[in-house]
Design a protein around this ligand. Sequence first.
Ligand code: API
Length: 297
Amino acid sequence: MRHINFLSCPPPVDLPGQWPFIKMHGLQNYFVIVDRRDGSKSFDHEDIVRICDCHTGPGGEQLLTIEPPSDKGRNVGAYAAMRIFNIDGKEVGACGNATRCIAYLLLEETGKDEVQIETKAGVLHCRRAGPMQISVTFGPISMDWRRIPLSREVDTLHLPVQSGPLKDGLALDIGNPHAVFFVDCLELFDMAHHAPVVQNDPLFPEGINVDAAEVLDGRTLRLAVWERPGILTKACGTGACVAAYAALKRGLVTSTRIAVHLPAGLLKIEIVNGDMAVMTGPVAFCCHGFIEGGKKS
Ligand SMILES: N[C@H](CCC[C@H](N)C(=O)O)C(=O)O
């Protein structure tokens, strides 16, 4: 099998334990990517924190690893698996922008137009949608309080949590948890002040990604996302999917094709079959190089 050629040049110095990485971004949501399919590399929490911090590593909003698929995943057509780690070292279930980046690498590796990637959020179907544009199908989106998870049963269409204009939100699961709030104007409040209040509410035992959406018209949203563990990112793919779904649920949009404008640009979301979201957006390369590795597994 031909794997991605991460680097065509050797490391600048011959240090043992240097591992190749690629850094990519999806709408300025940026990732350090390491191929673990040869089984020779493993990371602990401290390694992940070090790699994601730009003072001690390449810097990323997540560390992504490419893994061999499980037997179960392979049986349903997964070509590879991916794992996603937040900057605090915790593994999470889904990341829309990251999935586009990994899909791009795997599509280049295979020379195909479609690929299936196994994740904690299921086996995701990904396809080329234009030059440096990838579509990924996520779902089903769930509003079941146990799946999100919440610490107790509440109406997930009308959350009993609020801070400033973040009120009457919805809670959703798309492989990771989100609370979506519709606001009148994104500029008129301090997201970095109010979103952490929601994120750290005891209703969310695993924390939650906080999405503030402004409806521009029946097919257009603006979105700001305060992600776990506490970053205001320039874009969030899963956030765009759940915001589009939530807007439909609330009757705030009329189209199932919704343009979601994030601080770094546009994601196109189409809600299909009621609870699936097809997200289309760009990928880009930042740089590649070598990182001080973690422990050998
Ligand atoms: N930026 C990602 C979401 C990362 C979510 C992660 N921060 C979590 O804790 O669930 C996206 O494009 O979907």
